[in-house]
Design a protein. Structure first.
Length: 190
């Protein structure tokens, strides 16, 4: 995926979830992005954002976004603000859309938008502790890598989104591998 396209999708996916869910803090946002990418990979062999996710104690983390979190790049800070909000005994870093900024769907496919809409509807009012239960499902991708801490900070392979008995598993993995090879060749030519 071209870096400019990936960045546009990241920016707009973050904005979409900030606009369409309640209490969208860092943890909830990271989990929504993970679910978006892994669900899309399961159907097509490609992620939406291009993020790599690592298994951290509280779930899958898009490491590139985590590294950027304390000081968002100009493109992200132009569409959202990170607002500290006191919630009982902790402070949530709530992602708030900037006034007057609209979601731009031009870089998404209909399938990607449908997945985002479904996730926003399913988790609209869900708080991050419940989201943790979803992404920590027993024998799910995060759980298989986390392995009681033995896999801490290990990349969660997208292939784990596919069940062993998925009738399209081999075709999706073949397509994913071909796409990676094409991207590598294009990168080498630059």
């Amino acid at each position: 995926m071209k870096p400019q396209l990936a960045r546009s999708r990241i920016r707009n996916a973050v904005l979409f979830f900030a606009k369409n869910t309640e209490a969208c803090g860092k943890i909830k946002l990271f989990k929504l992005l993970y679910l978006l990418d892994f669900e899309h990979f399961k159907l097509t062999g490609k992620s939406v954002t291009g993020f790599e996710y690592e298994a951290w104690k509280f779930g899958p983390v898009p490491v590139d976004l985590m590294q950027e979190w304390e000081m968002l790049s100009d493109d992200l800070s132009a569409v959202v603000d990170i607002v500290p909000e006191k919630v009982i005994d902790y402070t949530r870093e709530t992602v708030k859309p900037r006034e007057g900024v609209d979601f731009d769907d031009q870089d998404f496919t209909a399938r990607q938008i449908s997945i985002m809409e479904d996730l926003a509807a399913r988790f609209k009012t869900t708080r991050s502790p419940t989201m943790i239960d979803v992404t920590h499902a027993q024998n799910g991708a995060w759980d298989r890598i986390w392995n009681d801490g033995a896999g801490a900070r290990t990349v969660i392979p997208y292939e784990l989104a596919l069940s062993a008995d998925d009738p399209h598993r081999e075709a999706i993995l073949e397509y994913a591998n071909e796409s990676k090879a094409i991207a590598r060749r294009a990168s080498d030519e630059r």
